[in-house]
Ligand binder design. Structure first.
Ligand code: XIL
Length: 448
């Protein structure tokens, strides 16, 4: 009797506090990354695949990021698969999407040894022919998007690990000056675009980054248009170079901008909560290093979702390298980025080992009573949130032992002050009344 009275008085208390308002997305940080970055004077970007820019993928790409890099769409092999016959479809689509969402575009990439068309790599060219092919390619592509591309990765991956020039079609055919010429041609085609040299394993101070440093210094001394360096940052879990910020700073001191252009942090699969926490720390420290240096202007992730990452196919056994999972739910890494950008949202607790089950316990002509039971086994919770989406127009009218809000069909219920804890082996139940008509199907609930 006593406990029933207690439950009833709690019920009326919670019921009285029930509020209906437009709730933010269940899991994402309240402030989008692009707004957090803007407050720090930074741009935050992602590589994208043009064909995916609809639905949830498009929503996240548009809402969270202030810069897009075509992952493949602007590479020579994509835009000119047959000599003289161009395909700009995906590149145009990405540029249009970016413009519609107030985003910058990083053009990627004009001069590289990979993903060139076979007619180019299989041809035999004199150096004069090679030079004019390259000049035409740069003039055509940069000219096409003149005024619409904030920055170009003009030259990609010119160095070996020891700091010598990589032996490529370009270096072998044209000598090291292919780099200066490419920059000069790109500048002529779009004088407003910032021109970058981009490479990997140049994040810390090492032989390769020092070679890049010396190249940039000599280009500047010669008056060659070079505006920035791109540090790709394809990193391995737990291996953010300790000299990252120092390295960014030395390029800044040279008088060029720095961008983190292709950030991802891969881990041996399967992922687990310890690895995901380490990954969050890694993302956070990379973004923090950029935030710390005024001339570090952009941090771009190489695909924002694990389902859109190059890692699993390129590094067998590795994956889970991006800030969102396969289903576009933000991972701890997302919150690591947000925190480095000054965001305060903490990630939802891990719900591994805990489940939520929805049931209708009573139903009459216009209303029903439902309950959700949260149970943990091999895990525990110190707070919880349960979400579901009604499929038949049901409406929660009151709730007890939880605070529930409904926006459209989406319901979110959070623990009350006194029942956030679900111990290992224990459970918590909350209830609600709702209205229905026609049918009252049981929704799928998620615990967050
Ligand atoms: C990758 C793409 O993400 C993949 O889809 C493609 O199959 C291979 O290239 N460094 C770069 C990027 O500069 O262009 C590469 O992108 C990843 C490594």
């Amino acid at each position: 009797m006593r406990s029933l009275r207690t439950a009833l008085s709690l019920a009326s208390l919670v019921t009285g506090a029930l509020m209906l308002f437009t709730a933010p997305a269940a899991h994402a940080a309240d402030t989008p990354l692009r707004d957090l970055a803007a407050a720090k004077g930074k741009i935050v970007g992602t590589a994208v695949t043009g064909s995916k820019l609809t639905g949830t993928y498009g929503d996240i790409a548009g809402a969270q990021f202030s810069s897009l890099t075509p992952g493949n769409a602007m590479k020579w092999g994509s835009v000119e698969p047959t000599q003289g016959s161009f395909n700009w479809t995906e590149a145009d689509q990405i540029v249009a999407f970016a413009e519609a969402h107030g985003q910058q575009v990083r053009g990627h990439t004009l001069v590289w040894h990979n993903q060139n068309p076979s007619w180019l790599t299989n041809g035999s060219w004199t150096s004069a022919q090679l030079s004019s092919l390259l000049q035409n390619h740069i003039s055509t592509e940069v000219g096409r998007y003149k005024g619409r591309i904030a920055a170009w990765d003009v030259v990609n991956e010119p160095f070996n690990e020891d700091g010598t020039y990589r032996s490529t079609l370009w270096y072998n055919g044209l000598g090291a000056d292919y780099i200066a010429n490419a920059l000069t041609w790109a500048h002529a085609a779009d004088p407003a675009a910032k021109l970058y040299i981009n490479d990997y394993n140049v994040e810390g101070v090492n032989a390769k980054s020092t070679a890049l440093y010396n190249l940039v210094k000599s280009l500047k001394d010669r008056g060659v248009p070079i505006d920035g360096v791109g540090l790709q940052a394809h990193l391995i879990l737990g291996q953010v170079p300790s000299t990252l910020q120092q390295n960014i700073q030395r390029f800044a001191d040279l008088g060029v901008d720095v961008a983190i252009t292709e950030l991802d942090v891969r881990m041996a699969l399967p992922a687990d909560s310890a690895k995901l926490a380490q990954q969050a720390a890694d993302y956070k420290s990379v973004v923090a290093a950029c935030v710390a240096v005024a001339r570090c202007v952009n941090v771009t992730v190489w695909g924002f979702a694990d389902s859109d990452s190059w890692v699993p196919s390129t590094f067998p056994g590795y994956g889970a390298a991006t800030p969102y999972d396969d289903n576009y739910a933000p991972k701890p890494a997302y919150y690591g980025i947000a925190e480095a950008l000054g965001g305060t949202t903490t990630p939802p607790p891990s719900t591994d080992g805990c489940t939520a089950a929805y049931s209708v316990t009573n139903q009459w002509s216009t209303g029903f009573t439902g309950e959700v039971r949260i149970a943990c086994s091999g895990a525990s919770l110190s707070s919880w949130k349960v979400n579901w989406t009604y499929g038949a127009g049901q409406q929660v009218t009151q709730a007890w032992n939880a605070t529930c809000t409904q926006s459209g069909a989406a319901v979110t219920c959070a623990n009350a002050s006194y029942n956030g804890t679900v111990p290992d082996g224990g459970s918590v139940t909350f209830g609600f009344n709702g209205s229905w008509s026609g049918s009252n199907p049981v929704p799928t609930v998620t615990l967050g």
